[in-house]
Design a protein around this ligand. Structure first.
Ligand SMILES: NC(=O)c1ccc[n+]([C@@H]2O[C@H](COP(=O)([O-])OP(=O)(O)OC[C@H]3O[C@@H](n4cnc5c(N)ncnc54)[C@H](OP(=O)(O)O)[C@@H]3O)[C@@H](O)[C@H]2O)c1
Length: 271
């Protein structure tokens, strides 16, 4: 079974009874993650910022594919701390719990260091890094009360390698490594202190996709994409579903001994 087929139908029950909130969960990699988590039985809350049409289409397709799973969509700008807190509260209120948070939403505003203006820098840091912090902070409080949870950050291979014209994006994406490892340590410590341990625990991990075929790459000229493909040992772009399957693996209860790690899904690009 291919990764695409795996996320298009119900294939297992590793996440049955769980609720997952996927930011940017209505398009691209996030939509594949939403479907992948549902393929293992999770109910899904998908976040988006403004593309209502895509959000409605996502919810319709989701219900057609997974008629026995609940899906809700939540509009909010994760560049705003208030929206982050409101969205987490909304998900818990509407679904009664939150087991899995996937900090997937992200943007690019590419310019060289010389040309980057203050607003380009701060917007990308606000959305790609601070948003993940505020969402995780709110989700972790709830997870600690319940004694279990999973947080997965969608970083990028660019956070590991840097990228010309992407100083804001690379800084935010590598910032997610520090956020992941610190949250992983604090969650483990607080859970042990509370004595609220059930074997599932709270884990925090990051996934670093390489170049993946979504609308985010529409901004990249075809000639540049050809150059990028030539550098990837596997010789092609990744598919969103190939990133998503790592997320549902990390989200499972049985992945309870994996925390504070960075998982590359990049066709060998960083070797
Ligand atoms: N594609 C790649 O090659 C690649 C490689 C490495 C890492 N990544 C990372 O993977 C993640 C997903 O990328 P993608 O290619 O799937 O992106 P995408 O196709 O552009 O989709 C982005 C999603 O994030 C949402 N979003 C954007 N800004 C937001 C904001 N301020 N508040 C809330 N939601 C917001 C969008 O909502 P709307 O639909 O409302 O706009 C959309 O659902 C990103 O973090 C990206 O950095 C992507």
């Amino acid at each position: 079974m291919t990764a695409t087929q795996e996320s298009g139908t119900r294939t297992g029950d590793k996440l049955l009874g769980k609720v997952a909130f996927v930011t940017g969960g209505t398009r691209g990699i996030g939509a594949a993650i939403s479907r992948s988590l549902a393929s293992q039985g999770a109910d899904v809350a998908a976040g988006y910022s403004g593309n209502q049409q895509a959000a409605e289409k996502f919810a319709q397709d989701f219900t057609a594919t997974f008629p026995d799973r609940d899906v809700t969509v939540h509009r909010g700008d994760i560049g705003s701390a208030e929206d982050c807190r409101r969205c987490v509260a909304e998900v818990v209120e509407q679904h009664g719990r939150l087991d899995v948070l996937v900090n997937n939403a992200g943007i690019t505003v590419d310019r060289t260091v010389a040309k980057m203006v203050d607003a380009d820098w701060s917007r990308v840091i606000d959305v790609n890094l601070s948003g993940a912090f505020y969402l995780s902070q709110a989700a972790l409080k709830h997870m600690l009360e319940r004694g279990s949870g999973r947080i997965v950050m969608i970083s990028s291979v660019i956070g590991e390698t840097g990228g010309i014209g992407q100083v804001n994006y690379a800084s935010a994406k590598s910032g997610l490594f520090g956020l992941t490892k610190t949250l992983a340590r604090e969650a483990a410590m607080q859970l042990q202190r509370s004595g609220n341990t059930n074997g599932i625990g709270i884990t925090v991990n990051a996934v670093t996709p390489g170049y993946t075929a979504t609308e985010m790459l529409d901004a990249v000229p075809e000639k540049v994409l050809d150059g990028l493909r030539a550098k990837i040992p596997l010789g092609r772009l990744g598919q969103p579903e190939e990133v998503a399957r790592v997320v549902h693996f990390l989200a499972a209860d049985a992945s309870s001994y994996i925390t504070g790690q960075v998982w590359g899904v990049n066709g060998g690009l960083d070797m």
